[in-house]
Every structure is written in structure tokens, then in C-alpha cells.
Design a protein around this ligand. Structure first.
Ligand code: ADP
Ligand code: G6P
Length: 460
């Protein structure tokens, strides 16, 4: 007998990955957001272990029931690296990179989505709740609707949803839209994303939506009502605050500041090494400000964490080369003996280590060309209980629709980024505190618990 659960999450990855020290929680916005939601419920998480070809029985980690799905090498190549990260990821990020369309990738996507749907149908209890996450599994809601109409099924997209004219390039656009509409709720990060999805439904499937007061819409679809709306994801504000004021964190932040040369201004970037994140933009802006003489190299240090990600997918190795060339150009031109300007770390860190960096930094740089939300920006603000520090934030991150008191910039406008960066570095303390107070208030009232609570309340 397969064990069933009242509440099941399906996402491409399990929330853990295997290291030399055993299983550990993985980095990534999705995982950070969902762990707190699972604890204290009869729940399980269906996902891939991260290693192609490895078959694993269900297991428990840190009180979480985990239900591994196997991807063989072909699935990895064609479903994960191919359709998910070679077709959907760049297309959904506004065509940040030219998108490739291959029929065998699509076949693999369908095959793996069926595998996830079958597992979800087998392990979710009667009348239970299934919450499907992200762009890898867009066909699962309809597959589950066909086989298990008793379930309440929610879908949440962590990436942006593209404008209709981009989405309509997809040869399999109709299957994907229908796949999503199998859910009872289709949730997006921002009202703009929800609008874009509604406009796709209107154009392709002739389903005019009715907008309700709170920015949500209901669609009549195949005799059912589907809710479409924005549910902006957030962070565990109180937990971050608690850790940020821990004397150990404060001491570690002070040590870090000394280690990087006790700069007048410590700049920070924390991203997966991804072409959507605009790491190159901030490096170029800093380099030009140093060349112009607007910033003195003796006054500044920049820590850039670039977590390794999707190394073999098209675009990632090129991005790494580009970032590493820019880092070495800045350091070649402006470092002094033993004191680089840019401290570039192509490594993964524990959350506590990242938090130390947030606490130590004066200016956080978040400059994606497009980003569904960007949790790093929110984590930085949560860590700034003192009210000091500034956030430079791309207008094209979902976060910018909430954190309107950040120093907003257009990452495609290098002069604009330079101007905004300089303003953020030189902001008077009163201005820093005013902006930070407004951003912190927003986050205090919209934590990850509020996000999950709202989504699940509406789903049930
Ligand atoms: P994305 O989901 O595209 O990676 P986000 O900024 O939304 O971008 O989420 C990234 C999440 O991963 C954050 O919660 C952050 O704390 C975590 N993270 C980023 N880099 C690392 C790292 N090097 N080690 C551990 N966690 C990381
Ligand atoms: C983004 C996606 C997640 C994904 C994470 C890490 O946050 O929205 O679904 O898990 O990146 O990417 P990876 O390809 O390593 O799973």
C-alpha cells in the first residue's frame, strides 16, 4: 500500500540535495519559501533528487516526508536542461536569451509531467490538496484533473509569465495553457503576470476573465471555475530578524568587513550565476564609476556571490566567462596588493553565511533583466533592523512592485544604473532609514507564512 498524505507538494526538485555530509537543504527561492509551510502537516514533497539515473525510495529528512521521482539521463537532457531550462526559462524571462524549440524536448516534458502526475495521484489522500510548483510541471494540473477530480489542485509559477506575443511563439502553447487551467487556482508572482496569463487565455481559448476587487479573476473553464491571481511570494521575516540580531551574526559581519579591507562602503550581490540576473550590469557600472573617478577604489569593496547553476545549459558558461572577465578587469585596474575591489565567490553558502553578508553590507545590488520575484532583495531588507543600508533594485524584478522605496533602476540603462548606484552609496542616513522603514513595513505584513496561508486558504 502506498502511503497517502492530505497535503502534497510537487516540484521539479526535492528540497534537499546530497553532499559529502549527506542530505542538506538546497538553495533556491522555491525551497526557502516552502519548508515552513510543510512542517506540522501530514504532507509529502514529490521531486527529483538532482542526480540523473538515481532511484530512491521515499525517505524522511528533518521531519519532512520526501518522495523522489527518478529522471534518467534522457529526461535530464531533454526535460530538465532542454525544455524546462532551454525553452521555458528564457522565454518566460522575456526572451532574455534566444529560445530553442525541439520536438524531442517537448516529448520528454510531457513524459516527465505524466510521471509526476501519476505519483501525485497515487500519494494524495481522497479529497486532499495538491500544490504544484513552477515552470517544469505546467501539464500536471490537467493530468491530475483528468485522473483525480476529487483533489483540490493549486499551481504557482515562481518565474514571470511572459506577454502573450512571446508565449504564443511556443509551438505547444495551447497544451501548456490547458495544462495550467486544470488547477483550481493558478497563482503568479505579480498582477502583471496574472494579466498576461489572462490575456493568453482570452486570445487562445476564448475565456474572458472577470476581475474581482482584489486583483484576482475567475474564469469559466470546462464547466468549472478557475481562480487566476497574484500571490507575491515572500520570506520568513521574523526568523531572519531573529538571526540577524544574534551577537554571533553581528560579530561575524564585523569580521567579514575587516577581511575585505574595512571599506567605507561594502557592496553586495548574491545570485545564482544566471544570465537573467544582470551580474554583468552592476560590474560594468562599478567599473565605469571607478574609471570616471566618481568612486575611489580605496573606499569600496564588492562581494559578489554567484552560486553555480545549470552549468551545461546554453548561456550559462558564457555568462560565467563574461562575469569572470569583468571581475578580473576591475581587479586588474583597481586592486592594490592583497586588497581586491571585487571578491568574487563562485560557490554555494549556508543561509547563515549569506545572512552575515547581508548584515555587513551597506548597499545590496539586485539588477536582473527579469526576475519572477527575487527573494535575495527581501532577505537583505529583513536583515537590516538598524534601518541603515540601501537596496539598488531592478524595475524588472517582481520585488520592485512591492519594494517601491528601493533605489530602482533600469538594468538596460547603464548610465541610469551608475547614477542610482552612486545615489544609493551616498544616501544620507535619514534617507536610508526612511526607505528601509517603508520596505520593512511591507515585508512585516507580507511574510512567506502570509503567502502560503492565503494561497492555501483560497485553495481549500
Ligand atoms: P532564484 O530563485 O532565481 O535563485 P531568488 O533570489 O528568488 O532567486 O532566490 C534565491 C534563494 O536562494 C534565496 O532565498 C537565497 O537565500 C538562496 N541562495 C542564494 N544563493 C545561495 C547560496 N550561495 N547558498 C545558499 N543559498 C543561496
Ligand atoms: C529558480 C526556480 C526554481 C529552481 C531554482 C534553482 O528559483 O524558480 O524552480 O529550483 O531556480 O534552479 P535549479 O535548476 O537548480 O533547480
Amino acid at each position: 500500500m502506498v502511503e497517502t498524505h492530505e497535503f502534497v507538494i510537487a516540484a521539479n526538485r526535492l528540497p534537499v540535495r546530497q553532499t559529502d555530509d549527506g542530505w542538506v537543504l538546497s538553495p533556491g527561492g522555491l525551497v526557502t519559501a516552502l519548508i515552513p509551510v510543510m512542517k506540522n502537516r501530514s504532507s509529502s514533497w514529490i521531486g527529483w533528487s538532482g542526480e540523473p539515473g538515481v532511484e530512491l525510495a521515499p525517505f524522511e529528512h528533518d521531519g519532512l516526508d520526501l518522495d523522489p521521482v527518478t529522471l534518467d539521463q534522457d529526461d535530464f537532457d531533454d526535460y530538465y536542461e532542454g525544455f524546462s531550462n532551454g525553452t521555458i526559462w528564457p522565454l518566460y524571462h522575456s526572451g532574455a536569451l534566444s529560445t530553442q524549440y525541439h520536438r524531442h524536448w517537448w516529448e520528454a516534458y510531457r513524459r516527465v509531467n505524466r510521471r509526476f502526475a501519476e505519483r501525485a495521484m497515487a500519494t494524495t489522500a481522497e479529497n486532499g490538496t495538491l500544490w504544484v510548483h513552477d515552470y517544469h510541471l505546467q501539464l500536471v494540473p490537467q493530468l491530475v484533473r483528468d485522473g483525480r477530480p476529487d483533489l483540490r489542485t493549486g499551481f504557482f509559477l515562481h518565474t514571470p509569465f511572459p506577454p502573450a506575443e512571446l508565449f504564443q511563439r511556443l509551438p505547444w502553447r495551447e497544451q501548456i495553457a490547458r495544462g495550467l487551467l486544470g488547477a483550481d487556482i493558478v497563482g503568479f508572482q505579480t498582477p502583471d503576470d496574472a494579466q498576461d496569463f489572462l490575456s493568453v487565455c482570452r486570445r487562445m481559448l476564448d475565456t474572458p476573465g472577470t476581475f474581482l476587487d482584489d486583483g484576482q479573476a475567475t474564469l469559466e473553464w470546462e464547466g468549472r471555475e478557475v481562480t487566476v491571481g497574484a500571490f507575491p511570494i515572500s520570506i520568513d521575516m521574523h526568523e531572519i530578524e531573529r538571526k540577524a540580531v544574534d551577537p554571533e551574526t553581528i560579530a561575524a559581519a564585523a569580521d567579514l568587513w575587516v577581511q575585505v579591507g574595512s571599506p567605507k562602503t561594502l557592496l553586495l550581490g548574491v545570485d545564482r550565476l544566471d544570465y537573467t540576473k544582470g551580474i554583468d550590469v552592476r560590474l560594468r557600472a562599478l567599473h565605469e564609476l571607478l574609471i570616471d573617478g566618481a568612486v575611489d577604489a580605496a573606499d569600496v569593496a564588492f562581494i559578489q556571490v554567484a552560486t553555480p547553476s545549470r552549468d551545461d545549459v546554453r548561456g550559462y558558461a558564457e555568462t560565467r566567462d563574461q562575469v569572470e572577465r569583468l571581475v578580473s578587469e576591475i581587479n586588474g585596474d583597481f586592486a592594490s596588493m592583497g586588497v581586491p575591489v571585487v571578491h568574487y565567490l563562485h560557490q554555494s553558502f549556508s543561509f547563515d553565511e549569506l545572512l552575515t553578508m547581508y548584515v555587513a553590507a551597506d548597499v545590496m545590488l539586485v539588477t536582473p533583466f527579469r526576475d519572477g520575484m527575487n527573494l535575495v532583495a527581501k532577505e537583505f531588507v529583513a536583515a537590516k533592523l538598524s534601518g541603515r543600508g540601501t537596496l539598488v533594485l531592478s524595475e524588472f524584478a517582481g520585488t520592485a512592485q512591492e519594494l517601491t522605496d528601493a533605489f530602482l533602476c533600469n538594468p538596460f540603462d547603464l548610465d541610469g544604473v551608475k547614477r542610482v548606484l552612486l545615489a544609493a552609496m551616498n544616501a544620507p542616513v535619514e534617507e536610508q532609514e526612511r526607505r528601509m522603514r517603508a520596505m520593512r513595513e511591507r515585508l512585516t505584513n507580507h511574510t512567506v507564512h502570509d503567502w502560503a496561508g492565503k494561497f492555501l486558504r483560497e485553495l481549500r
